[in-house]
Design a protein around this ligand. Structure first.
Ligand SMILES: Nc1ncnc2c1ncn2[C@@H]1O[C@H](COP(=O)(O)OP(=O)(O)OP(=O)(O)O)[C@@H](O)[C@H]1O
Length: 599
């Protein structure tokens, strides 16, 4: 029973090493070859060093005694050579060791840089391939935190893994050399290292706990930071109140404490290791002196090997400790990658024919089980129709749009195109034929042309300009300082709100879609800009299926039919004139609009 804790501790050490390896190895990818190279170079360093140390000890002994030749004892190999020869051999060994050492510095750096680039690509790919429901459920800043801190922590862990492996192999090579030179020395080395790891176990465990808290707080902090940038304009307008400042300061404080604890313990463990190791060494040397007897001849080499081993042991301990700090970051990164991969966008295999008819068959959808947002929605529209979508706030209009865009799939029922289930068709073609202009369109940092083309290099410049003409923005683009080459972006005021809306309309039209969905296309616009967008839509009518989600009833003037969505149910879908008679919500909304326009 008495030796139970220490056995458990030793097992814990093995577990820690295994855990670290299990966590880092999935991120190694193509770097495994480099890891093998690193292992080989480390053994090279260790061997060169062991022989060099024995040589130095022998040379020092012979020089102090003023002899011209040196009796060298390397375990079973006993030889005598001139001092000059041994000096040359020593010189060569030092150069060889230096060469291996350069490799042991280069390989972890290369592994880390590759891992950082690969991980970012992997993460980016996983994020873009995952479903909209997963992307939409993440808080702002989560992905940025993963791409930033978590990826660099993981690549740092790879450097540490390399360093740990190097230190371990050098340590083992020295232990093996010590076995050859002196059995008691080797035993002392093994016992000392085991004791050190056991003694430092509790501290390491605490360090892992603090590091986990730090990772969680870091994600929170990044999310908050993201909000600071995203809401910068509103904050400027509303004024950064004390409450806002206090909230952010609290976030900064929450990171401070686990950071302090993690950093402190991270530094303390190696320092303690050094002190305890030196104490144990003195004890060990005393034991070697007592039991070593005939080994005392090689005492110089033994001392040198002990000191070097302590240093490698310390490097190993320090690398493992630092890896412990990084484990939570790697865990979170792996969990996110798995989560993204487990929820891929569903795709169909068949090519999408031109959309003649589009509709829903008794579609129901819920974000949370048991809390339906759409219930048994049933309709069909034909090519060329313009359909308005109205309903009170929170009725489910935007959700309906997301289903039409195939960003989300119905829980029950089906979305159908030309009578076929939409899920059968390839998503890439759907994305091209079913275009969308969101409520608050976003511009990318790039030229006007790049904003309209939007990463679809197959769209020629003529099509870009044609789309701009159809969106009634071509002339205004030509009036910009560099025309289509003018750089615009989220915070560049080169374009007004109305122009931005029409630029995004041009973006949607550039792919020559069969279906165009506009979410509140004019809600944020002034009257003149609204008229511009209305004009564009009027000219598009009949060319494609148009869905106009609208709060402003004036937007509906071009619609053949209007859908009224109330409490997630499609209350009616009919011609505006008929709805005036048959639908209370529609009649009331029109009446309010009329009253407002006569004010
Ligand atoms: N991502 C989401 N997760 C959970 N619930 C959501 C989500 N998005 C919307 N909802 C809920 O679904 C319901 C319908 O929202 P939706 O945005 O579709 O309505 P809407 O008619 O477009 O509203 P508005 O006119 O105000 O934009 C609301 O109760 C809303 O809170």
């Amino acid at each position: 029973m008495a030796n139970r804790p220490s056995r458990r501790s030793r097992l814990a050490l093995l577990r820690r090493a295994g855990n670290a390896w299990r966590r880092v190895s999935p991120f190694l990818g193509a770097s495994r070859g480099k890891l093998l190279g690193l292992g080989a170079s480390s053994v090279g360093v260790g061997l060169a060093e062991a022989v060099l140390l024995a040589l130095i000890a022998a040379l020092a002994a012979s020089l102090s005694e003023g002899r011209g030749s040196v009796a060298l004892s390397l375990g079973p190999l006993e030889t005598t050579a001139s001092t000059v020869t041994l000096l040359w051999i020593g010189f060569a060994l030092a150069v060889v060791r230096g060469g291996f050492q350069i490799l042991t510095a280069y390989l972890p750096a290369a592994m880390s840089a590759n891992a950082m680039a690969n991980l970012r690509q992997q993460l980016f790919e996983a994020f873009t391939r995952t479903s909209w429901s997963v992307q939409a459920s993440e808080r702002d800043g989560h992905f940025q935190a993963l791409m930033g801190g978590h990826v660099s922590s993981t690549s740092k862990a790879i450097v540490l893994l390399g360093q740990a492996m190097s230190a371990l192999l050098m340590f083992l090579t020295l232990v093996a050399s010590a076995f050859v030179l002196s059995l008691p020395t080797a035993l002392v080395l093994i016992v000392t290292s085991a004791l050190l790891f056991v003694l430092l176990q509790p501290l390491s465990r605490r360090l892992r706990g603090h590091a986990k808290a730090l990772s969680a707080e870091n994600v929170e902090y990044s999310q908050g930071m993201q909000e600071v940038v995203r809401m910068a304009e509103e904050i400027q307008v509303f004024g950064p109140s004390q409450e806002y400042r206090d909230g952010f300061h609290r976030r900064i404080e929450l990171v401070r404490l686990p950071l302090l604890r993690t950093r402190f313990l991270g530094k303390l463990v190696p320092v303690l290791y050094q002190s305890v190791a030196l104490l144990l060494l003195i004890l060990a040397l005393a034991i070697v002196a007592v039991v070593g007897g005939d080994q005392l001849a090689s005492l110089g080499a033994v001392v040198l090997i002990l000191i070097r081993s302590v240093s490698y042991g310390q490097q190993l301990q320090s690398a493992v400790t630092q890896m412990d700090e990084l484990v939570p970051f790697m865990d979170r990164l792996r969990q996110s990658l798995t989560h993204y991969a487990e929820h891929p966008k569903q795709d169909g295999a068949e090519p999408l024919p031109p959309v003649e008819r589009l509709g829903m068959d008794t579609v129901s959808f819920a974000y949370q089980p048991g809390d339906p947002v759409l219930t048994e929605v049933d309709f069909e529209v034909a090519a060329g129709e313009a359909i308005g979508v109205v309903g009170p706030s929170g009725a489910g209009k935007s959700t309906l749009v997301q289903l039409l865009l195939r960003l989300r799939d119905p829980d029950e029922g089906r979305l159908h195109v030309n009578g076929e289930d939409a899920r059968r068709f390839r998503r890439a073609e759907w994305n091209r034929r079913v275009a969308y202009v969101p409520q608050t369109p976003q511009l990318i940092w790039g030229t006007v042309s790049e904003n309209i083309r939007f990463y679809r290099p197959d769209i020629p410049q003529e099509a870009v300009e044609q789309a701009a003409r159809r969106a009634h923005i071509h002339d205004e683009i030509l009036a910009l300082p560099d025309g289509y080459d003018t750089v615009v972006g989220e915070r560049v005021s080169a374009v007004s709100g109305g122009q931005r809306q029409r630029l995004c309309l041009a973006r949607a039209l550039a792919g020559d879609p069969d279906v165009l969905i506009l979410d509140e296309p004019t809600s944020a616009l002034d009257v003149k800009s609204e008229m511009g967008v209305q004009e564009s839509l009027r000219s598009l009518k009949g060319e494609m299926i148009l869905f106009l989600v609208a709060h402003r009833m004036s937007t509906l003037s071009i619609c053949n039919r209007v859908m009224v969505v109330v409490d997630g149910r499609l209350q009616a879908i009919d011609a505006p004139q008929r709805l005036l008679e048959s639908n209370a919500f529609y009649r009331e909304a029109i009446e309010i609009t009329r009253q407002q326009s006569t004010i």
